[in-house]
Unconditional design. Structure first.
Length: 114
């Protein structure tokens, strides 16, 4: 059974940083591309970043490009999202996802506020 467990969220001031983690199990992580999505109150879920199975290719939404970095550790079956220079508009619940699958974890709340 696929399990995705996000962690690392919290309350941070504008300009601050957070590192999100997504621990996975139940599928072959090393051959799976992974995504980070987010959903803000009253908005649709949006793709934030994506990384290929080997970690050599990544994608970022324009809104986070240059501030967020996606990475993965295939030995630990974990995908990360380093978020720097956070803005209030980054406030959302963040989810990891296996590309092409409708499997979701519980998400982790990120709140950027002074």
């Amino acid at each position: 059974q696929v399990q995705l467990v996000e962690s690392g969220g919290g309350l941070v001031q504008p300009g601050g940083s957070l590192r999100l983690s997504c621990a996975t199990s139940g599928f072959t992580f090393s051959v799976s591309a992974m995504n980070w999505y987010r959903q803000a109150p009253g908005k649709e879920r949006e793709l934030v970043a994506s990384i290929s199975s080997a970690g050599f290719i990544s994608y970022y939404a324009d809104s986070v490009k240059g501030r967020f970095t996606i990475s993965r550790d295939n030995a630990l079956k974990t995908v990360y999202l380093q978020m720097n220079t956070l803005k209030p508009e980054d406030t959302a619940v963040y989810y990891c996802n296996i590309r092409g699958q409708d499997s979701w974890g519980q998400g982790t709340q990120v709140t950027v506020s002074s």
